[in-house]
Design a protein around this ligand. Structure first.
Ligand code: NAP
Length: 523
């Protein structure tokens, strides 16, 4: 049976006026259900709770289904109201028209409370009881056992099991429980590591997922904004068979990849979703995450963008698990794209090389031969530098690598048979193409530049791989010298275009990708 997942906004108001405002906001933002959190109301009594519910039922045009909750402070409640009052509020709520009441399973175990709740439910045959368990610290020791206990204590109960994910790998308990069980149940994780479980609640059939309309009104850690859920994560188009993709990174919140890939999926009407995947830790945690995905084919993950700090971990994983490794990956020594193939093997690629080379060729209208013997200065000797040095050296350019840590420049130059120098030597710069591969000039240090303006020349093409901001200080200085310029957004979009093709076999809409990146940057 296909379970509807209600996009639910908690109403966490301190008085009735504030509640009306929050309700209006939630309805116009597209909420599908409301949760009246009575424990947030100041001076709570039975009459106040009753008024809030009946006013809503009598005046709202939308008449969304409502859950009434009066949470115990030990399980995330706001104001510490006595249990007797909380039970009275819930039983009264049923009479006033609540569709669901949510009570803590632990508290329900006491016989007297259980009797009152059972009696009230039996008098309101259309209303349902949600019995909830929360663990704000960590995973439940045995989530399946707890689920069974809650499901069987009272017929028709909707079990709700919510716990804090301290790492993305903790979310698999929730996904497995949803996968193994059926019927109405509410299961997801709190905390920033649990965000994907809130988004995927709809794909895996949780009865409810919670979102907020203002970050200050969020009632639990990790609750995301309703607009983000609907617009960025395409909530309305998520289905049980939606194919999944994502960016594996730490940190990940700043990543523009979800915005650009989801915009293109939406543009092409694809049943695909791209997620931010916060994988904290190093190789061990990365391996656990990929193994968990590979083992759970039913999750329907097909590919990943991989970035800091996991580009080498992804390469090690592909090597250790006999995956396919694209020859460019070996040359660059890092992976930025992983594909999970039909036989559950991984395929490793690096799209930075092609992304950068296409950005240069397109802007300068170069064919391959134009790179031959082209004098190029590369500033920086990290991961991006490596991909660009590999690309330009394949094309026959004469490269000098400048770096703060000269030994790193020396090592890179030796591998690709080119020259190296310290940053001081940029004063004698004599190149036709200058590429910044350092993070200098990146937000928030937008006034700094890796190369003094006076060293730039009109005859030089200047490529800054930094894409936030799109126009860096280096590019502004190059513009003042009337030099040709290539921005980091072009490289970013080009590498994402190659990724999109690996993910879907189809070309993405380049203009839309660029517009999305520039739109994100201006926020
Ligand atoms: P990385 O491996 O950490 O390398 C960073 C490089 O920057 C190193 O050469 C480092 O020099 C140098 N550096 C950092 N701070 C410096 C400073 N204050 N003074 C002098 N040199 C400094 O990073 P990465 O992955 O190569 O990324 C580099 C930049 O590329 C990022 O910041 C990002 O803006 C950009 N990027 C662009 C794209 C795109 O698609 N457009 C994609 C990824 C990254 P040392 O060796 O001396 O530490």
């Amino acid at each position: 049976m296909l379970i509807m997942t209600y996009l639910t906004v908690p109403i966490s108001a301190k008085d009735l006026d504030q509640a009306q405002e929050q309700i209006k906001q939630a309805e116009s933002a597209g909420a599908e259900m409301l949760e009246f959190r009575m424990d947030y109301l100041e001076g709570l009594n039975v009459e106040l709770a009753q008024k809030l519910i009946s006013d809503y039922k009598n005046t709202s045009k939308k008449k969304l289904p409502i859950i009434v909750t009066c949470r115990d402070i030990r399980q995330g409640g706001a104001i510490d109201y006595p249990i007797k009052l909380r039970v009275e509020v819930l039983t009264t709520a049923l009479g006033a028209g609540a569709n669901y009441i949510d009570f803590e399973y632990d508290n329900f175990l006491a016989t007297d409370r259980q009797e009152k709740i059972r009696l009230a439910i039996s008098k309101n045959s259309r209303a349902r009881l949600i019995l909830s368990a929360h663990n704000f610290q960590t995973r439940f020791p045995d989530i399946s056992k707890l689920f069974r206990s809650i499901s069987t204590i009272c017929p028709g109960t909707i079990p709700k099991l919510i716990y804090t994910a301290n790492h993305i790998n903790d979310c698999f308990d929730a996904f497995d429980l949803l996968h193994k069980t059926s019927g109405e149940r509410i299961v997801f994780c709190m905390g920033k590591a649990g965000i994907i479980s809130r988004i995927l609640a709809k794909k895996f059939g949780s009865f409810v997922t919670f979102v907020c309309t203002e970050q200050e009104q969020a009632t639990a850690p990790g609750q995301i904004h309703i607009d983000e859920m609907k617009n960025l994560y395409r909530y309305d188009s998520i289905k049980p068979d939606t194919e999944l993709f994502g960016v594996i990174a730490n940190p990940v919140a700043h990543s523009m990849s979800p915005a650009i890939h989801n915009a293109c999926f939406a543009d092409m009407g694809m049943n695909r979703l791209y997620l931010p995947l916060l994988v904290e830790g190093q190789k061990q945690q990365f391996d656990i995450f990929i193994n968990a995905i590979v083992l759970r084919k039913w999750m329907n993950f097909h590919g990943f963008s991989v970035t800091i700090p996991h580009k080498h971990n992804a390469l090690d994983y592909a090597k250790e698990h006999q995956g396919f490794i694209d020859p460019l990956v070996n040359k660059i020594g890092a992976v930025n794209t992983l594909i999970i193939s039909m036989d559950s093997k991984v395929k490793a690629y690096n799209t930075d090389y092609t992304g950068a080379m296409e950005a240069i060729s397109n802007k300068l209208q170069f064919t391959k031969t134009d790179f031959n013997d082209l004098p190029v200065a590369i500033v920086g000797a990290g991961g991006v530098s490596r991909a660009i040095v590999a690309g330009l050296s394949d094309a026959g350019a004469k490269i000098t690598v400048y770096n703060r840590t000269v030994e790193k420049a020396q090592k890179l130059a030796a591998e690709f048979n080119c020259e190296y120098a310290s940053l001081d030597e940029l004063a004698n710069l004599d190149a036709m193409l200058l590429v910044n591969c350092t993070s200098i000039g990146m937000h928030p240090n937008v006034d700094s530049s890796p190369v003094e303006k006076e060293y730039l020349k009109r005859s030089m093409a200047v490529f800054d791989t930094v894409y936030n901001p799109a126009e860096t200080q280096l590019l502004k200085d190059a513009k003042a010298k009337k030099a040709k310029r290539i921005d980091g957004v072009s490289m970013f979009v080009n590498q994402a275009m190659v990724q999109f093709k690996l993910f879907t076999g189809t070309d993405a809409n380049e203009k839309l990708m660029r517009k999305t990146v520039v739109g994100q940057l201006s926020h």
